[in-house]
Design a protein around this ligand. Structure first.
Ligand SMILES: Nc1nc2c(ncn2[C@@H]2O[C@H](COP(=O)(O)OP(=O)(O)OP(=O)(O)O)[C@@H](O)[C@H]2O)c(=O)[nH]1
Ligand SMILES: Nc1ccn([C@@H]2O[C@H](COP(=O)(O)O)[C@@H](O)[C@H]2O)c(=O)n1
Length: 228
């Protein structure tokens, strides 16, 4: 049982490994991994009003507007009064960061700084199980059976906006909107940036940083709990 609740955010461009590293943090430190992308997909699947609206943007490879993201996510975070969490993919604009700031005090922000060529290679090789959001990479973490999800056996898909043509625009957009967010967290003294081309090499540094902030927990005590 953690003495103090811990609130963290992980930021980085598409394909930087936010989801992959978040899962490791959740397993090692017992934080709930809250994925804004998964939450959007759940709302789309459930046909909620915000989900229907968000879908029209995601389908065109666009970012969902700030007011939709904050309306969807902030009430959920406000409910999480008894859990430590790690938010992945939100905030990604200054407006979202300011809205989050008015809801809670963050303890730590992890920012991933990964070269473009690496992102391009990873994303063109990324395969997703749409129903669960489980992510594979044909080189790094391939599925046991090619083209099939390990748990359900269902087919894996690739997103059009993971292909190099779409990626350049997505990365340019990320750089523009993330810069003021990074500056904000730097000025608060909670930003920690990790650079590199391999998650397995970055992970030990993140692990040791978090070990100084939160107690790790034994393997057997791990679980992934989706956002309620
Ligand atoms: N080759 C390689 N692939 C990696 C590495 N780390 C993560 N990946 C893969 O790269 C892809 C992107 O990783 P994610 O964890 O989905 O990245 P993300 O930042 O959450 O991406 P978005 O959801 O688009 O924002 C996935 O297919 C991962 O399996 C690595 O060190 N090497
Ligand atoms: N703050 C955010 C987060 C996500 N989106 C949209 O959702 C899509 C999927 O997100 P992943 O993190 O799972 O890649 C993403 O491509 C965006 O369209 C958003 O708009 N704002």
């Amino acid at each position: 049982m953690m003495a103090k609740l811990f609130r963290a955010v992980i930021m980085g461009p598409p394909g930087s490994g936010k989801g992959t590293i978040s899962e490791r943090i959740a397993q090692s430190f017992g934080l709930k991994h809250l994925s804004s992308g998964d939450f959007l997909r759940e709302n789309i699947a459930a046909n909620t009003e915000a989900g229907v609206l968000a879908k029209t943007y995601i389908e065109r490879g666009l970012m969902v507007p700030d007011h939709v993201m904050t309306r969807l996510l902030l009430p959920r975070l406000e409910e999480m009064t008894r859990h430590s969490w790690l938010m992945d993919g939100f905030p990604c604009t200054l407006t979202q960061a300011k809205a989050l700031n008015s809801t809670c005090d963050l303890d730590l922000v992890i920012s991933l700084n990964i070269p473009y060529e690496t992102l391009k290679d990873r994303l063109s090789d990324r395969w997703i199980h749409p129903a669960s959001g489980r992510v594979y990479n044909m080189g790094f973490n391939p599925p046991r059976v090619q083209g099939r999800d390990d748990l359900s056996g269902e087919p894996l898909i690739q997103h059009d906006n993971d292909q190099p043509e779409a990626l350049v625009a997505r990365l340019r957009h990320y750089k523009d909107v993330a810069k003021p967010v990074i500056d904000l967290y730097k000025s608060k003294g909670i930003l920690h940036t990790f650079s590199g081309t391999e998650t397995d090499k970055i992970w030990p540094y993140i692990n040791s940083l978090l070990s100084t902030k939160i107690p790790s927990r034994p393997e057997t005590d791990t679980q992934h709990i989706p956002l309620p």
